[in-house]
Design a protein around this ligand. Sequence first.
Ligand code: AMP
Ligand code: GLY
Length: 444
Amino acid sequence: MKVLVIGSGGREHAIAWKLARSERVERVYLAPGNGGTAAELKCVNIPVPGGDPETEASQEALAAWARGEGIGLTLVGPEGPLAAGLVDRFRAQGLPVVGPDRAAARLEASKAFSKSFMEKYAVRAARSRTVTDYAEAVRSAAEHFSPHRAPPLVVKADGLAAGKGVVVASTLGEAKDALDAFMRKGALGEAGRTVVLEDFLSGREVSILAAVSVKGGSRGAILPFVSARDHKRRFDGSRGPNTGGMGAVAPVPDFSAAAGEDFRRAILEPTLRGMEGEGLDYRGFIFFGLMVQDDRCFLLEYNVRLGDPETQAVLPLMESDLADLCLAMLDGSLENFPLKWKAGAVCAPVAVADGYPGLYRKGDPIRVDRKALEETGALLFAAGARLGEDGLRVSGGRVLAVSAWGEDGEEARRRAYKALEAVSFKDMAYRKDIGREGAAPGFA
Ligand code: AMP
Ligand code: GLY
């Protein structure tokens, strides 16, 4: 079977690597892929026709190409193309594609929609209100901050904002600044015209990725993967600016069996009932962003895709065949799919170009000592790296991740940091505490 993966990040490299290990898969095309996927076994990068998979023209052209090429399965990495209807267009052409359709993608693309979904189906989440009027939003924020020592207020833009749509405001002034930027100045375009004001939750963040198969109001299934944790802040000890993710571990040592059971009962099952109840067509991956307090889980958000960099930590632990899993999501047999996981743990720190998430330099050569890397047993997943005539070069802020397995988190971490020593580029930077106790927000 030939498979198409849409996207260009480390997540897509990990997806392509995992698909390529399937005996069923003869070739993995990536549109557009990156410098790592260009050299990956069985993988071929192709340009996105028209250049932007969020546009109708590019999606139609990709579907036409996929038909011509006889693509048997398509996976979509990022949320943008899903929210823009890629799955709808591929299905209209009879192409098997994994992902929510446009209507189901609103679980991520509209926080107002996802919050009302959570409320309607009693998915445990932070209390919130959705506001479209600026004056009303300011009033509501003022009310929140009227008691002495009010907890922070979380201001969220309704639409997709590439990680820039959430502000945790500690004071009324900060909340007003966010409301001004989102609702009046249009800092996020239409995405910020409606906002969700949400109670602040403390605790430890956990990401649960899962496979979903729900279609046409009939009984569906959601199979959760091993737990994972991203590290969003740029610097050690969770300090500094937010980033796209500085590293991930899986599974999460402090996510107990009791918390897992609570997640299933309070979040996963109500979500499944909700998807069935709304008649959604959701045959794709989902990401539950959780805040966990004393083994009680609260849902912060749905993402309608796999996480980045969580995928780079989770897929190396998946023993099952990813192509088989995708086909089970599409043919309605997911509930009986024997999803299997390796024992042990994975640590996947991300190497970034110094300056990221602000300005950084592109074009520097990346040296990889393949032999030293191999000795650690770690995988290298490229992200902001392109393949030049003489090897990899920096082309984005998050350049690559190494992903190392160990019998426990400690061993995985040791190997991952050893593996990073096999990689170098000018001004390479990374966090040294990925997976360490105290590294993620919420730790006392
Ligand atoms: P979201 O896009 O909704 O996941 O928000 C992005 C990040 O903001 C999360 O990963 C959390 O770190 C933080 N966040 C979102 N909602 C809350 C909340 N209600 N309480 C505390 N932190 C939050
Ligand atoms: N790691 C967070 C995300 O993929 O959105």
